[in-house]
Design a protein around this ligand. Sequence first.
Ligand code: SAM
Length: 257
Amino acid sequence: MKNEQISIIDLIIETHVGLERQGPGSSEMTIKALSFLDNHNLSRVADLGCGTGGQTMVLAQNITGIITGLDLFPDFITVFNDNAKKLNFQERVNGIVGSMENLPFQKEELDLIWSEGAIDNIGFEKGLTHWKDFLKKSGYVVVTCPSWFTDKRPAEIEKFWSDAGCKLDTIGHNISIMQKVGYIPVASFIIPEKCWTDNYFAPREVAEKALLEKYTGNPAVEEFIANQRREVQLYNRHKAYYGYVFYIGKKNGYPID
Ligand code: SAM
């Protein structure tokens, strides 16, 4: 498959579709985030940018409500629904293809919106603002988002994230945005390094090797893998400056303006 034309999106899907998670995270951190919610009567839940559903199945093990996973990529949703079936959750866990920018739910339908590693695709403020209408009064939003830990950081890592089309902000800034757009900030915490290294980069590296073998000599694939490896190198060099952060907010019942 040396000369096969393959897009970056297809390469992202092929590398990630067989992984338990498509971004940094862990079951322990999903459960920790869930522990900050004071109301476990969560009958309607959406997991936006759910991928193949690693964190969604953990949610399903810990809450009894109906969960809809939503993702842009049909391949991820196929695996998601297979996983739900394998775990016998198919009656109350369903994956659908859709965009988190245009949610297919009723206004005030949801008790909880969950989203690990995905809100940065549309922007923290835009996502929180759009999603709020779909939450019941006092509903919760729980997201992870890559965030800066310091006010200043090396130009090399700023450029990497900006070239990737991802706008990172500091934790303090994001909490203030959460409050500004109408949530009470409940908690935020940084997820540990092993959520990146052991749970994401290591399995992704195995998938990358398989891809390189399948597309031996294909320059587009080699460049894609080189970029992924650069991401790992930069993380190891600059992890003191950034990481994934959980942000937990409760919809504020009062109007804002
Ligand atoms: N939540 C999963 C996890 O933590 O393993 C997946 C995280 S992955 C970093 C980001 C996910 O967001 C991908 O599955 C991607 O397809 C999805 N995504 C990106 N843009 C999206 C959009 N506009 N609407 C819905 N899903 C989107």
